[in-house]
Write a protein that binds this ligand. Structure first.
Ligand SMILES: [Zn+2]
Length: 397
């Protein structure tokens, strides 16, 4: 009995601690009295938790707040440069690495190129070496590292956190969390790349304070992270958000999933680069030897330069994307749809086409109440979001 009670008390105390920390974070400066008032905890209980948080340097005392008479209260705020979180985004061609402190400030950001695609073992080894290098160059003490988030371009099993399938990496049914956690000697959290970007938008970006939104990533494939009532929506087996496989054209090309006309075959970077290659190789056969990235960059440069044919390729993709977005608006009634990764680079050319196309498939009332916007982040959003996972946990999210 006693053990259970102690367990419950400890659990409640942790909850209260996280709630107080989160209030200090969201208010950006609050007094002990206001904390007690807002949480409903007694001044004694609040004082004890604040003392503990000050002792561990999660928070610090600053200046003085407004007084309603008498001595001005001391304000509390999150202590920057005290605890850190690492984020890694594993891609076929690179490992994006970021380090944040608990205020969300970026202390390190680097894209580490891979010469060839990595096996799971090679990825663990490479992340381990990057981690050691960054920890020593930033001179971070190990006990000040909250944890490590890892973004994976694939599907994860919701219960075991094993990577079920990451087609671009060529991985299936692997567990890197355990070996990575041992190698780094830190808690490791894995999540899907689009979901990591959604964490990033919700914590640092345009969807701060937005409870219902969809974050769509335009990359070699297309995925989405969905927030419902302030929480990530994972679905029954953990694979919600595979919006790249919404069929938008029953006469469209065959997708690698087996269906036809999937959004990914119409509006992904690979699809647009391929359209460009088909078009440009008619007059310049050299284009056929280009990589997907080179073709996409050429397409983008052409469109930004006002080339009509290039612009048309982007606009056609945008119409397909808008159609799928309309379906998502009907299904989720989001306040915001934020589109990220490579999209912000060409957003201004097509954002109106997307809204117009979405309005054709979405119900008018729902479309009118949803804004479709480009992300303010680029390709680093998944690494940032991965680093936010351990930070969210600290604040009880
Ligand atoms: Zn498909």
């Amino acid at each position: 009995m006693r053990e259970t009670t102690t367990g419950n008390n400890k659990y409640l105390k942790e909850l209260n601690k996280a709630a107080i920390l989160d209030l200090i974070r969201t208010t950006r400066g609050i007094s002990r009295k206001a904390l007690a008032d807002r949480t409903g905890l007694s001044p004694t209980a609040t004082g004890a938790i604040v003392r503990e948080l000050l002792g561990a340097q999660f928070i610090r005392e600053v200046g003085e707040g407004k007084s309603s008479g008498g001595r001005k209260p001391v304000m509390l705020e999150i202590n920057p440069d005290s605890y850190y979180s690492f984020g890694f985004d594993i891609d076929m061609r690179f490992i994006y690495t970021v380090v944040l402190d608990i205020t969300g400030k970026v202390h390190y950001e680097e894209k580490w190129e891979n010469h060839s695609s990595l096996t799971p073992e090679q990825a663990v080894d490479r992340i381990g070496r990057i981690y050691d290098t960054v920890v020593s160059s930033l001179k971070i003490k190990k006990d000040r590292i909250l944890g490590v988030g890892v973004s994976i371009p694939g599907m994860l099993d919701i219960t075991t956190r094993r990577i079920f399938l990451a087609p671009n990496l060529g991985w299936s049914n692997v567990d890197i969390r355990e070996s990575l956690s041992q190698r780094l000697d830190a808690p490791v959290y894995l999540d899907n790349e689009a979901r990591c970007s959604a964490f990033c938008e919700n914590w640092l970006g345009i969807c701060k304070g937005v409870e219902d939104f969809v974050c769509i990533n335009i990359e070699s494939g297309i995925g989405a992270g969905v927030f419902v009532r302030g929480k990530i929506y994972r679905g029954y087996t953990g694979s919600a958000g595979e919006v790249g496989h919404i069929s938008v054209d029953e006469n469209g090309p065959r997708c690698k999933c087996g269906n036809v006309g999937c959004l990914e075959t119409m509006a992904s970077i690979n699809a647009m680069a391929e359209r460009y290659r088909e078009m440009a190789s008619k007059t310049n056969p050299d284009v056929s030897g280009n990589t997907i990235d080179q073709n996409f960059e050429a397409l983008l440069a052409g469109a930004l330069d006002g080339n009509r044919a290039c612009l048309e390729i982007l606009k056609e993709a945008a119409v397909s994307l808008g159609k799928a977005i309309g379906y998502l608006i009907n299904a989720f009634n989001p306040q915001t749809i934020v589109i990220g990764k490579k999209f912000p680079r060409y957003a201004k050319l097509v954002i109106d086409d997307i809204a117009e196309s979405a309005a054709k498939t979405a119900l008018a009332h729902l479309a009118e109440n949803c804004s479709i916007v480009p992300s303010s982040f680029g390709e680093n959003s998944s690494a940032l979001g991965a680093a936010i996972i351990p930070i969210r946990k600290l604040f009880g999210k």
